[in-house]
Design a protein around this ligand. Sequence first.
Ligand code: DQA
Length: 150
Amino acid sequence: MPEAKGRILVLNGPNLNLLGTREPTIYGSATLAQLMERAGAAAQRLGYAIDTKQSNDLGTMIDAVHAAASVHVGIVLNAGAFTHYAWGLHDALKSVNLPVVEVHLSNPAARDPWRHESVIASAVVGTIAGFGAESYVLGVEALVRHVESR
Ligand code: DQA
């Protein structure tokens, strides 16, 4: 196989390790590992490789964003509930010169009012939400298009 054109970090936040059993009517029945396999296959079709990371800890997420700057061409980020209040994560995204695509399995805009605000939205290239497992595939595809159009 030819060498990848670049590496993408797919970064997942709190409670996403429980996908598969966590509120399946909202998030579906696929596990995070299965979703990451699909995201990886989508990246590979486009000539890229992915690294995946999940954390329930905000500091670890921020450290992962910092570390990505020297390794990855961009980040596909599902920040989970951190999306709605973690300004430190917003600042981390602004601090590195990396394109980020925000993804969500569900459509937060159609859910509880406190989910309507994303404090990271203004620090990312764009957002994909509401397409279930496909959100990650679309996120990878959108990131690659963005990277290759620059
Ligand atoms: C989520 C949406 C968030 O509101 C929620 O806190 C999550 C998952 C999604 O993928 O739909 O943990 O990011």
